[in-house]
Design a binder for this molecule. Structure first.
Ligand SMILES: Cc1cc2nc3c(=O)[nH]c(=O)nc-3n(C[C@H](O)[C@H](O)[C@H](O)COP(=O)(O)OP(=O)(O)OC[C@H]3O[C@@H](n4cnc5c(N)ncnc54)[C@H](O)[C@@H]3O)c2cc1C
Length: 424
């Protein structure tokens, strides 16, 4: 059957770039984008950076349209159900949209604070959407006495950095031994932690916020840690990672959980029996797929560049212009405290690292991650010019450790990665 109606659920980065790729590949049929947010697609990276410091307005983050779409936009309309036998997507208002091919790009949302009542206190924020960012920006502009960031992942670190840019007192509490330890390992996590500490962020490690307390009127005033310590705070940012927006697929017979929608190597969504549904693909944060570079381990990425490339890949697949399995090398960036961190590959399961270029003391360096004698990832700090060469090593699974940086240098000395092994 040819595709006469391509429906995209999730009107954000992966959905938009997918729709554009379909048009670019010559798809001339009907195109519908369904989004639960009222806004046209916008860019999320500035929401935890420039929008918080006030240098970019939340409303100025719209993604540019790269090609004319001639699409029907159903915005402010969450999809609530998928019936694969009838090929319909049901919207919250009861409307039904019939598809020939369906691109699932419903992304993720923040993991909420563990206590639903405390999560509703005034002054407690999460950060995913343009509206979340505008609300947090307004709170920060009101000069809170102390911001508490719960969670030392990328979003938590970027928010803490933005607070210091605004000269606000900020405490970051992390359950692990360092910020970003789960992604970068303890060594690099400590480097990033030192950066934030030097800029005035109070860091508390190996500690867990147990409860948020209010002033009796529903406004947050304090956080209580498991070890009994308290932190007085009037602005809390809960940055505990993301869960995928998959609930609307309940009863569809597709294989999914809060970690994503399972796909095959091409990008087709799998059903409960593990068989691909060749009318449906998933892309972006929502998609969990076997990555050939990582022994077909199923991964769900939260990377901007991945949403772009996989969105386009999945849309081309659905309109019959697919080009085999999806094997892009993952890339990511973050900027915090004036430092740009860029990565290629996935660090998960690395057993060793080496400083392959530069010197952490100078702030400009590049670290390569190895697993079982192969290069699996590289992370650069303010030294992006070195990255492309290491991206090639990661893509070709080159031997680890890589060669030294200069002619006079001996072999590089690996250190323990400080990351949990992927198979443990
Ligand atoms: C604050 C922030 C900062 C970031 N910074 C960086 C960065 O510096 N570098 C980097 O590489 N990546 C960064 N990212 C990650 C990057 O933005 C994401 O990987 C990317 O947005 C994923 O795009 P997506 O289209 O798959 O999902 P999303 O952008 O999450 O979009 C999914 C869309 O689907 C909608 N939706 C959900 N459920 C339904 C439904 N049932 N019906 C209809 N619509 C629905 C959602 O509301 C949303 O609009 C950041 C993310 C955030 C939140």
């Amino acid at each position: 059957m040819t595709c006469e109606h391509l429906v995209v659920v999730g009107a954000s980065l992966a959905g938009l770039r997918g729709a554009e790729a379909a048009r670019t590949a010559g798809y001339a049929g009907r195109l519908t984008l369904i989004g639960d947010e009222p806004h046209r697609p916008y860019d999320r990276p500035p929401l935890s950076k420039q929008v918080l410091t006030g240098s970019v307005d939340a409303a100025a983050t719209a993604l540019p349209n790269l090609v004319p779409l001639e699409a029907e936009w159903l915005l402010g309309s969450a999809a609530t159900a998928l019936d694969r036998a009838k090929r319909t997507v049901t919207l919250r208002d009861g409307r039904q949209v019939i598809y020939d091919r369906l691109l699932i790009a419903t992304g993720a949302r923040p993991r909420p604070w563990l206590d639903a009542e405390q999560a509703k206190f005034a002054g407690v924020h999460t950060l995913r959407s343009r509206d979340d960012s505008a609300a947090l920006r307004m709170a920060l502009a009101g000069k809170p006495a102390r911001v508490l960031v719960i969670g030392g992942g990328f979003i938590g670190c970027e928010v803490a950095a933005a607070c210091r840019d605004l000269d606000l007192p900020v405490t970051l509490v992390e359950t692990g031994p360092a910020v970003l330890a789960g992604v970068l390992g303890i060594y690099l996590g400590a480097v990033v932690g030192a950066l934030h500490e030097a800029r005035g962020v109070d860091l508390i490690f190996d500690a867990k916020v147990e409860a948020l307390e209010d002033d009796g009127t529903g406004r947050v005033v304090r956080a209580r840690l498991e070890d009994g310590r308290t932190i007085e705070t009037d602005c809390v940012v809960v940055a505990l990672g993301a869960i995928r927006n998959t609930e609307w697929l309940a009863g569809s017979g597709l294989a999914f959980d809060e970690g994503g929608v399972d796909c095959d190597a091409d990008g087709y969504a799998l059903d409960d029996a593990g068989q691909p549904d060749r009318t449906i693909a998933a892309a972006g944060d929502i998609a969990r797929f076997p990555h050939p570079l990582y022994d077909d381990r199923r991964v769900a990425l939260e990377h901007w560049g991945h949403a772009v490339t996989q969105g386009a890949h999945a849309a081309r697949l659905l309109i019959g212009q697919g080009a085999g399995s999806y094997a892009e090398v993952p890339t990511f960036w973050s900027s915090q405290g004036g430092v740009t961190i860029k990565s290629v590959g996935l660090t998960d399961g690395a057993d060793s690292i080496v400083i392959a270029q530069g010197d952490p003391k100078t702030g400009r360096f590049l670290v390569v991650y190895g697993r079982e004698g192969r290069c699996i990832a590289a992370v650069s700090f303010d030294s992006v010019r070195w990255l492309p060469a290491y991206a090639e090593m990661v893509a070709s699974r080159a031997p680890f450790p890589p060669p030294g940086g200069g002619v006079d240098e001996g072999p590089l000395t690996p250190m323990a990665s400080g990351l949990p092994r992927g198979d443990e």
